[in-house]
Design a protein around this ligand. Structure first.
Ligand code: GLP
Length: 260
Protein backbone atom coordinates (compact mmCIF):
# COMPACT_ATOMS: atom_id res chain seq x y z
CA UNK A 1 0.00 0.00 0.00
CA UNK A 2 1.41 3.37 -1.02
CA UNK A 3 0.19 6.29 1.09
CA UNK A 4 0.75 9.80 -0.26
CA UNK A 5 0.05 12.87 1.84
CA UNK A 6 -0.16 15.98 -0.32
CA UNK A 7 -2.29 18.94 -1.32
CA UNK A 8 -5.62 18.24 -3.00
CA UNK A 9 -4.31 19.61 -6.32
CA UNK A 10 -1.36 17.25 -6.20
CA UNK A 11 -3.52 14.28 -5.22
CA UNK A 12 -5.82 14.95 -8.17
CA UNK A 13 -2.85 15.21 -10.52
CA UNK A 14 -1.41 11.92 -9.27
CA UNK A 15 -4.67 10.03 -9.70
CA UNK A 16 -5.35 11.59 -13.11
CA UNK A 17 -1.78 10.75 -14.08
CA UNK A 18 -2.31 7.08 -13.25
CA UNK A 19 -5.52 7.04 -15.31
CA UNK A 20 -3.87 8.87 -18.20
CA UNK A 21 -0.91 6.46 -18.24
CA UNK A 22 -3.31 3.52 -18.31
CA UNK A 23 -5.63 4.89 -21.01
CA UNK A 24 -2.79 6.06 -23.27
CA UNK A 25 -1.12 2.66 -23.09
CA UNK A 26 -4.38 0.73 -23.41
CA UNK A 27 -7.17 2.87 -24.90
CA UNK A 28 -9.79 0.17 -24.20
CA UNK A 29 -9.04 0.17 -20.47
CA UNK A 30 -11.78 -0.62 -17.94
CA UNK A 31 -12.17 2.05 -15.27
CA UNK A 32 -14.02 1.87 -11.96
CA UNK A 33 -15.61 5.22 -11.09
CA UNK A 34 -16.81 6.40 -7.67
CA UNK A 35 -19.31 9.04 -6.61
CA UNK A 36 -19.04 11.38 -3.61
CA UNK A 37 -17.18 14.69 -3.44
CA UNK A 38 -13.71 13.24 -2.98
CA UNK A 39 -13.06 12.12 -6.58
CA UNK A 40 -14.39 15.34 -8.16
CA UNK A 41 -10.97 17.07 -8.40
CA UNK A 42 -9.68 13.95 -10.20
CA UNK A 43 -12.54 14.15 -12.70
CA UNK A 44 -11.94 17.88 -13.21
CA UNK A 45 -8.28 17.16 -13.95
CA UNK A 46 -9.23 14.40 -16.42
CA UNK A 47 -11.61 16.79 -18.18
CA UNK A 48 -8.83 19.37 -18.39
CA UNK A 49 -6.47 16.79 -19.90
CA UNK A 50 -9.20 15.74 -22.34
CA UNK A 51 -9.88 19.31 -23.49
CA UNK A 52 -6.32 20.67 -23.46
CA UNK A 53 -4.18 17.61 -24.10
CA UNK A 54 -6.34 15.25 -26.14
CA UNK A 55 -6.73 12.53 -23.52
CA UNK A 56 -9.45 10.30 -24.95
CA UNK A 57 -11.81 7.80 -23.35
CA UNK A 58 -13.51 6.93 -26.65
CA UNK A 59 -12.58 3.25 -26.42
CA UNK A 60 -12.69 2.92 -22.63
CA UNK A 61 -15.39 1.30 -20.53
CA UNK A 62 -16.40 2.27 -17.00
CA UNK A 63 -18.29 0.66 -14.13
CA UNK A 64 -19.69 2.60 -11.22
CA UNK A 65 -19.27 1.29 -7.69
CA UNK A 66 -22.78 1.41 -6.35
CA UNK A 67 -26.32 2.69 -6.79
CA UNK A 68 -29.31 3.63 -4.65
CA UNK A 69 -32.29 1.33 -4.86
CA UNK A 70 -35.47 2.89 -6.18
CA UNK A 71 -34.39 6.38 -7.26
CA UNK A 72 -36.25 7.27 -10.48
CA UNK A 73 -34.22 7.01 -13.70
CA UNK A 74 -34.01 10.78 -14.10
CA UNK A 75 -33.20 11.55 -10.43
CA UNK A 76 -30.07 13.75 -10.24
CA UNK A 77 -28.68 11.73 -7.31
CA UNK A 78 -28.99 8.40 -9.10
CA UNK A 79 -25.32 7.49 -9.19
CA UNK A 80 -25.30 6.62 -12.90
CA UNK A 81 -26.58 10.16 -13.56
CA UNK A 82 -24.02 11.63 -11.15
CA UNK A 83 -21.17 9.89 -12.97
CA UNK A 84 -22.58 10.94 -16.36
CA UNK A 85 -22.77 14.53 -15.16
CA UNK A 86 -19.44 14.71 -13.29
CA UNK A 87 -17.21 12.94 -15.80
CA UNK A 88 -18.70 10.83 -18.61
CA UNK A 89 -20.50 13.55 -20.59
CA UNK A 90 -17.60 15.99 -20.02
CA UNK A 91 -15.17 13.73 -21.87
CA UNK A 92 -15.73 11.36 -24.80
CA UNK A 93 -16.89 8.03 -23.45
CA UNK A 94 -18.88 6.23 -26.16
CA UNK A 95 -22.66 6.05 -25.60
CA UNK A 96 -23.41 3.10 -23.30
CA UNK A 97 -19.78 2.74 -22.19
CA UNK A 98 -20.55 3.62 -18.56
CA UNK A 99 -22.35 0.93 -16.59
CA UNK A 100 -23.96 0.88 -13.16
CA UNK A 101 -25.86 -1.65 -11.06
CA UNK A 102 -29.58 -1.40 -11.85
CA UNK A 103 -31.25 -0.01 -8.74
CA UNK A 104 -34.62 -0.10 -10.53
CA UNK A 105 -34.51 -3.79 -11.46
CA UNK A 106 -37.54 -5.89 -10.56
CA UNK A 107 -35.17 -8.66 -9.54
CA UNK A 108 -32.40 -6.85 -7.66
CA UNK A 109 -30.45 -10.00 -6.82
CA UNK A 110 -30.31 -10.96 -10.49
CA UNK A 111 -29.20 -7.41 -11.34
CA UNK A 112 -26.33 -7.74 -8.84
CA UNK A 113 -25.19 -11.07 -10.28
CA UNK A 114 -25.45 -9.64 -13.80
CA UNK A 115 -23.28 -6.71 -12.76
CA UNK A 116 -20.46 -8.90 -11.49
CA UNK A 117 -20.71 -10.92 -14.70
CA UNK A 118 -20.56 -7.76 -16.82
CA UNK A 119 -17.38 -6.64 -15.04
CA UNK A 120 -15.80 -10.05 -15.62
CA UNK A 121 -16.93 -10.13 -19.25
CA UNK A 122 -15.24 -6.74 -19.79
CA UNK A 123 -11.99 -8.29 -18.55
CA UNK A 124 -12.12 -6.91 -15.00
CA UNK A 125 -11.44 -3.39 -13.77
CA UNK A 126 -7.95 -2.05 -14.50
CA UNK A 127 -8.09 0.95 -12.20
CA UNK A 128 -10.72 1.56 -9.52
CA UNK A 129 -11.18 5.02 -8.03
CA UNK A 130 -12.51 4.88 -4.46
CA UNK A 131 -13.62 7.31 -1.80
CA UNK A 132 -14.23 6.24 1.79
CA UNK A 133 -17.11 6.83 4.17
CA UNK A 134 -16.57 8.23 7.66
CA UNK A 135 -17.46 4.75 8.97
CA UNK A 136 -14.84 3.11 6.74
CA UNK A 137 -17.18 1.96 4.01
CA UNK A 138 -15.99 1.66 0.42
CA UNK A 139 -18.68 1.59 -2.22
CA UNK A 140 -21.57 1.07 0.16
CA UNK A 141 -19.97 -1.85 2.01
CA UNK A 142 -21.01 -0.79 5.47
CA UNK A 143 -19.42 -2.07 8.72
CA UNK A 144 -20.22 -5.75 9.10
CA UNK A 145 -19.91 -6.42 5.37
CA UNK A 146 -18.44 -9.75 4.35
CA UNK A 147 -14.85 -9.16 3.37
CA UNK A 148 -15.41 -11.56 0.44
CA UNK A 149 -18.76 -10.11 -0.67
CA UNK A 150 -19.89 -9.78 -4.27
CA UNK A 151 -22.22 -7.12 -5.69
CA UNK A 152 -25.40 -7.24 -3.61
CA UNK A 153 -28.16 -5.33 -1.85
CA UNK A 154 -27.16 -3.49 1.33
CA UNK A 155 -29.03 -1.45 3.91
CA UNK A 156 -27.39 1.91 4.56
CA UNK A 157 -26.42 2.82 8.10
CA UNK A 158 -28.03 5.86 9.70
CA UNK A 159 -24.61 7.52 9.71
CA UNK A 160 -24.21 7.08 5.95
CA UNK A 161 -27.73 8.30 5.31
CA UNK A 162 -27.05 11.35 7.49
CA UNK A 163 -23.69 11.94 5.74
CA UNK A 164 -25.37 11.73 2.32
CA UNK A 165 -28.41 13.87 3.20
CA UNK A 166 -26.28 16.84 1.99
CA UNK A 167 -26.88 15.56 -1.57
CA UNK A 168 -30.67 15.51 -0.96
CA UNK A 169 -31.00 19.14 0.21
CA UNK A 170 -30.42 18.00 3.81
CA UNK A 171 -33.60 15.89 3.80
CA UNK A 172 -32.72 12.62 5.58
CA UNK A 173 -36.07 11.09 4.63
CA UNK A 174 -35.24 11.52 0.95
CA UNK A 175 -32.09 9.37 1.25
CA UNK A 176 -32.90 5.79 0.19
CA UNK A 177 -32.46 3.06 2.78
CA UNK A 178 -31.13 0.45 0.37
CA UNK A 179 -28.45 0.30 -2.28
CA UNK A 180 -26.65 -2.06 -4.59
CA UNK A 181 -22.89 -2.07 -4.21
CA UNK A 182 -19.94 -3.86 -5.67
CA UNK A 183 -18.85 -6.22 -2.91
CA UNK A 184 -15.50 -6.03 -1.19
CA UNK A 185 -14.51 -9.18 -3.05
CA UNK A 186 -15.52 -7.52 -6.32
CA UNK A 187 -13.54 -4.37 -5.54
CA UNK A 188 -10.50 -6.44 -4.53
CA UNK A 189 -10.36 -7.89 -8.06
CA UNK A 190 -9.54 -4.49 -9.57
CA UNK A 191 -5.92 -4.49 -10.66
CA UNK A 192 -5.05 -1.08 -9.21
CA UNK A 193 -7.08 0.74 -6.55
CA UNK A 194 -6.69 4.48 -6.02
CA UNK A 195 -8.48 5.75 -2.91
CA UNK A 196 -8.77 9.47 -2.25
CA UNK A 197 -9.85 11.10 1.02
CA UNK A 198 -9.58 14.59 2.44
CA UNK A 199 -10.60 16.33 5.66
CA UNK A 200 -10.54 15.58 9.37
CA UNK A 201 -13.84 13.66 9.20
CA UNK A 202 -12.02 10.89 7.30
CA UNK A 203 -9.03 10.65 9.67
CA UNK A 204 -10.36 7.72 11.75
CA UNK A 205 -11.40 5.77 8.66
CA UNK A 206 -7.98 6.36 7.06
CA UNK A 207 -6.19 5.29 10.25
CA UNK A 208 -8.19 2.06 10.31
CA UNK A 209 -7.74 1.47 6.58
CA UNK A 210 -3.96 1.86 6.71
CA UNK A 211 -3.02 0.85 10.25
CA UNK A 212 -5.98 -0.93 11.77
CA UNK A 213 -6.60 -4.64 12.05
CA UNK A 214 -8.39 -6.09 9.02
CA UNK A 215 -11.93 -6.27 10.29
CA UNK A 216 -15.46 -6.05 8.98
CA UNK A 217 -15.94 -3.16 11.44
CA UNK A 218 -13.82 -1.01 9.10
CA UNK A 219 -14.43 -2.58 5.69
CA UNK A 220 -11.82 -0.51 3.84
CA UNK A 221 -9.09 -2.28 5.84
CA UNK A 222 -9.49 -5.27 3.50
CA UNK A 223 -7.43 -3.20 1.04
CA UNK A 224 -4.36 -4.10 3.14
CA UNK A 225 -4.61 -7.47 1.38
CA UNK A 226 -4.52 -5.94 -2.11
CA UNK A 227 -1.16 -5.91 -3.93
CA UNK A 228 -1.56 -2.49 -5.60
CA UNK A 229 -3.36 0.18 -3.61
CA UNK A 230 -2.58 3.90 -3.67
CA UNK A 231 -4.05 5.96 -0.81
CA UNK A 232 -4.14 9.68 -1.60
CA UNK A 233 -4.85 11.91 1.41
CA UNK A 234 -4.40 15.46 2.63
CA UNK A 235 -2.87 16.49 5.96
CA UNK A 236 -6.23 16.49 7.75
CA UNK A 237 -7.17 12.97 6.64
CA UNK A 238 -3.64 11.85 7.64
CA UNK A 239 -3.90 13.39 11.11
CA UNK A 240 -4.40 10.08 12.93
CA UNK A 241 -1.74 8.08 11.11
CA UNK A 242 1.11 6.88 13.32
CA UNK A 243 3.20 6.39 10.19
CA UNK A 244 2.50 9.83 8.69
CA UNK A 245 6.12 11.01 8.93
CA UNK A 246 7.35 7.82 7.27
CA UNK A 247 4.83 8.23 4.43
CA UNK A 248 5.86 11.88 3.99
CA UNK A 249 9.57 11.09 3.81
CA UNK A 250 8.98 8.16 1.45
CA UNK A 251 7.03 10.36 -0.94
CA UNK A 252 9.59 13.19 -0.66
CA UNK A 253 12.30 10.73 -1.74
CA UNK A 254 10.29 9.31 -4.64
CA UNK A 255 11.52 10.20 -8.13
CA UNK A 256 9.08 12.63 -9.78
CA UNK A 257 8.85 10.50 -12.93
CA UNK A 258 7.64 7.42 -11.11
CA UNK A 259 3.93 8.18 -10.75
CA UNK A 260 1.60 6.00 -8.72
C1 GLP B 1 -20.93 7.50 -0.62
C2 GLP B 1 -20.43 6.59 -1.73
C3 GLP B 1 -18.99 6.18 -1.49
C4 GLP B 1 -18.16 7.40 -1.15
C5 GLP B 1 -18.69 8.06 0.08
C6 GLP B 1 -17.86 9.25 0.55
O1 GLP B 1 -21.29 6.80 0.50
N1 GLP B 1 -21.21 5.40 -1.87
O2 GLP B 1 -18.50 5.52 -2.64
O3 GLP B 1 -16.82 7.02 -0.98
O4 GLP B 1 -19.99 8.49 -0.23
O5 GLP B 1 -18.27 10.41 -0.09
P1 GLP B 1 -17.48 11.77 -0.03
O6 GLP B 1 -16.29 11.59 -0.90
O7 GLP B 1 -18.44 12.79 -0.57
O8 GLP B 1 -17.12 12.01 1.38
Amino acid sequence: MEVIIATLDELARLAAGAIEKLVRSRPDAVLGLATGCSPLPIYDELVRRHVEEGLSFAQATAFTLDEYVGLPAEHPERYLNVIEHEIAERVDFAPGAVHGPDGLAVDLEAACAAYDEAISAAGGIDLQILGIGTDGHVGFNEPGSSLASRTRIKTLTEQTRADNARFFAGDLDAVPQHCLTQGLGTIMQARHIVLIATGRAKADAIHQLVEGPVSAMWPAAILQHHPHVTVLIDNAAASRLQLADYFRSTYAAKPAWQGV
